[in-house]
Design a protein around this ligand. Structure first.
Ligand code: BGP
Length: 474
């Protein structure tokens, strides 16, 4: 573990907390009128094929049963002193098929209850409007975001949320890891065409529709309540050149631009030249209307949020040794250790990203995902209660938070930090429970067995102390 000599510099209003996503923790996949989402037919995450209908081996159908245990779970978050809780709303609870005109009241009422509970403890909600949960009907009947009509469905859904919750929820994110659609078009964009048959023309048109939709609902949020703050959400990975060879430097720059492009459009309101050139080189011609251009230009985001788990390398000149990764791979960095899933562990990369994004966009930044996926072992604690001695997770998060503090000292404006999977949940990539991130262990196994009981890990007390001291214990 690295220690820092910099005095504590987290601002007093720094939002400490954790993050989860509906499809990975709620369960109750068909309760109270909920429709199916793309996740309900992805029993193997991104590593296996989708199914025609939900199958019992799909752990997400039950998740960790937050739908019925939300009171107990939010009480645990409150015990850690959470200031903020990031969660997503399942689109198909609100509009079961996605293209209806009237929302499902029972779905809306569930999130009222969640917000009641958060208010009870003074925890600020941060809501992701779409976190890999496109209603399945929209994927099958429209091919997801490849179809322009999705913009209207998304606007109706988002307006419904703003009108219902806009007095209680100030912070909103439009699309989780919007750039991930480049790599996982079905999960991220509800695009039903198999990846190997998807034309780049259709993929980039879908991206354009999402970007316009993101800007458009930013407009709606501000119309409904001018105090609302809307952010984009980017999967952030710094790409380092594998060697000082200028060709590697350029390759790394190009890889980063695949991610930058999404932030550039959200913050600056226009497509950057390097992105337009890339489209030209690919022979892609986007259908962009004059209204699209206006929407993008006039409704830019209030802040930029991102997930950060790892960095990666790029090379143009050598055989690549592909590393594991958070939906996008990259070349192995020989100087870094990796997680049990091959994700490079690079706390300094977080400082780099924070500085780069701040220098580039000058918008407040929110780290809305970070953490270590690991196989945890349940042991009996000193008080006889089961626990996990997850010092590896404490080390990982401590080292990353020290770099956040350094970035703040560098002058970067950071709004908050929500660690990923603050309570164990189903993994997005593997769709298993054995890849755990939480401060709270959930007794559920990859074969679906387990009591669903919750146990505090050692990191639970560690994080509680970090929050209570506003980072001074790091
Ligand atoms: C991000 C997703 C999350 C989450 C996280 C960890 O890509 O936004 O939904 O799951 O990564 O990834 P995984 O669960 O695959 O370990």
């Amino acid at each position: 573990m690295t220690t820092s000599t910099t005095p504590a510099t987290f601002p007093d209003d720094f939002l400490w907390g954790g993050a989860l996503a509906a499809n990975q923790y709620e369960g109750a996949y068909d309760a109270d009128g909920k429709g199916l989402s793309v996740q309900d037919v992805m029993p193997q995450g991104i590593v296996g094929p989708r199914t025609e209908a939900p199958t019992p081996d799909n752990l997400k159908l039950v998740g960790i049963d937050f739908y019925h245990r939300y009171k107990e779970d939010i009480a645990l978050l409150a015990q850690m002193g959470f200031k903020v809780f990031r969660f997503s709303i399942a689109w198909s609870r609100i509009f079961p098929k996605g293209d209806e005109t009237e929302p499902n009241e029972a779905g809306l009422a569930f999130y009222d209850r969640v917000l009641d509970e958060l208010e009870k403890y003074g925890i600020e909600p941060l809501v992701t409007i779409s976190h890999y949960e496109t209603p399945l009907h929209l994927a099958e009947a429209y091919n997801g975001w490849a179809d322009r009509r999705m913009i209207g469905f998304f606007e109706r859904y988002a307006r419904t949320l703003f009108e219902r919750y806009g007095k209680r929820v100030k912070y909103w994110l439009t699309f989780n890891e919007i750039n991930s659609v480049l790599h996982e078009p079905f999960m991220s964009g509800g695009i039903n065409t198999p990846k190997d048959q998807l034309r780049e023309q259709d993929l980039y048109q879908a991206i354009h529709h999402e970007l316009v939709a993101s800007a458009s609902v930013t407009r709606i949020a501000h119309e409904v309540n001018p105090d609302l703050k809307v952010g984009c959400m980017i999967l952030a990975i710094p790409f380092y050149p594998l060697t000082p060879d200028p060709r590697d430097v350029w390759a790394a720059k190009q890889a980063e631009r695949d991610n930058y492009a999404f932030g550039d459009v959200h913050v600056r309101g226009t497509y950057p030249g390097y992105f337009l050139r890339k489209l030209r080189d690919k022979g892609v011609e986007l259908d962009i209307t004059a209204e699209d251009r206006r929407t993008l230009a006039e409704h830019t985001v209030d802040f930029v949020s991102f997930s950060y788990y790892m960095s990666s390398c790029e090379t143009a000149t050598q055989e690549r040794e592909s590393g594991g990764g958070n939906l996008m791979g990259g070349v192995v960095n020989p100087t870094l250790e990796v997680s049990q899933w091959g994700w490079a562990i690079d706390p300094r990369g977080l400082r780099t990203i924070l500085n780069d994004y701040w220098d580039r966009w000058g918008k407040p930044l929110f780290i809305v995902e970070n953490g270590l996926g690991a196989r945890d072992e349940l042991v009996t604690g000193p008080d006889g209660i089961p626990t996990v001695e997850d010092d590896y997770r404490i080390d990982y998060m401590n080292d990353h938070l020290v770099q956040v503090r350094e970035a703040i000292a560098d002058g970067v404006q950071v709004m908050g930090y929500t660690s990923w999977g603050c309570i164990d949940c189903v993994s997005a990539s593997t769709a298993q429970l054995s890849k755990r991130y939480g401060f709270v262990y959930v007794d559920r196994n990859d074969d679906g067995t387990g009591t669903l009981a919750r146990y505090r890990k050692r990191s639970f007390g560690w994080y509680r102390d970090v929050i209570a001291s506003n980072g001074a214990t790091l």
